[in-house]
Write a protein that binds this ligand. Structure first.
Ligand SMILES: CC(C)(COP(=O)(O)OP(=O)(O)OC[C@H]1O[C@@H](n2cnc3c(N)ncnc32)[C@H](O)[C@@H]1OP(=O)(O)O)[C@@H](O)C(=O)NCCC(=O)NCCS
Length: 235
């Protein structure tokens, strides 16, 4: 079952050689952090290091839970990570989970990769844990990409908590999306991977040259991102 392969990416377990890039993407200053729970305190360098240490121990021990709590999203061609998918409990007593996704590399947004990764992940979670009767996605009204992605995948907006989040001094709504197992199966009866094969994504147009930008995120040439400058509010 793992790795889970799509046309343009795979969801796979971490390896030791992924840790440097993963650590670099978690350091403050990246665009993805402005959208992914920006109302929470940023992880400190010590917390990131502790996270990486736990992950290292898990990789060395080869100790992975089923269903997996997190998989990295790797480019199908280069096998390099550019994001993660995860899940967590909203209500463990009723087997009520929520899924999460982050594409770390903003140059890969809006190309259908979130659709591919999150669809494969939700499909995996429903198959791997028959007691999940629904799957949630939690986001906020400032995250247009996540809202649209949830709707495109077939999630229903079930909860809107008005002015529950504050970002940059402004009020936003907290949003809860959900899909029932039977709704997911009805929408993707042969599985999400089959849907991707039947209805392949249109490749994005080639990126126009950007003379002012000296770097490119082409996975064939990119190296792990440099540690970006710390955000103003980071410890
Ligand atoms: C949110 C995120 C996962 C979306 O993934 P993505 O690969 O950019 O989304 P896709 O290209 O698959 O697009 C899915 C749909 O959303 C739309 N969309 C994507 N980004 C959008 C944006 N910023 N504004 C409006 N629509 C957007 C696409 O046009 C597409 O719509 P369609 O189904 O009508 O064609 C990605 O942008 C990301 O990781 N962002 C940073 C981290 C984050 O916000 N994580 C979620 C925390 S709750």
């Amino acid at each position: 079952m793992i790795p889970i392969r799509g046309p343009r990416l795979s969801l796979r377990d971490f390896r030791l050689e992924d840790l440097a890039a993963y650590r670099a993407w978690r350091l403050p200053g990246h665009a993805w952090q402005e959208l992914d729970g920006p109302y929470y305190a940023a992880e400190s360098a010590a917390e990131i290091d502790a996270r990486i240490d736990r992950l290292r121990q898990r990789i060395v021990a080869g100790r992975w839970p089923s269903p997996r709590s997190r998989l990295l999203i790797a480019d199908a061609r280069t096998d390099r990570l550019f994001g993660t998918v995860s899940w967590y409990w909203i209500g463990q007593e009723s087997w009520w989970p929520a899924a999460g996704i982050s594409l770390f590399d903003e140059h890969r947004w809006r190309q259908g990769l979130g659709f591919e990764a999150l669809g494969l992940w939700v499909d995996y979670l429903f198959r791997a844990e028959p007691r999940f009767r629904r799957m949630d996605l939690e986001t906020w009204s400032g995250n247009a990409g996540m809202m649209r992605l949830a709707e495109t995948l077939g999630f229903t907006l079930e909860a809107r908590h008005r002015k529950a989040r504050q970002v940059g001094g402004l009020d936003y709504d907290s949003l809860g999306y959900g899909v029932l197992r039977e709704e997911w199966i009805a929408r993707y009866p042969r599985g999400f991977a089959a849907r991707l094969r039947e209805d392949p994504p249109t490749p994005p147009p080639p990126a126009s040259p950007t003379p002012t930008s000296p770097t490119t995120s082409d996975p064939a040439t990119s190296t792990p991102p440099p540690a970006a400058p710390a955000r103003k509010d980071s410890p």
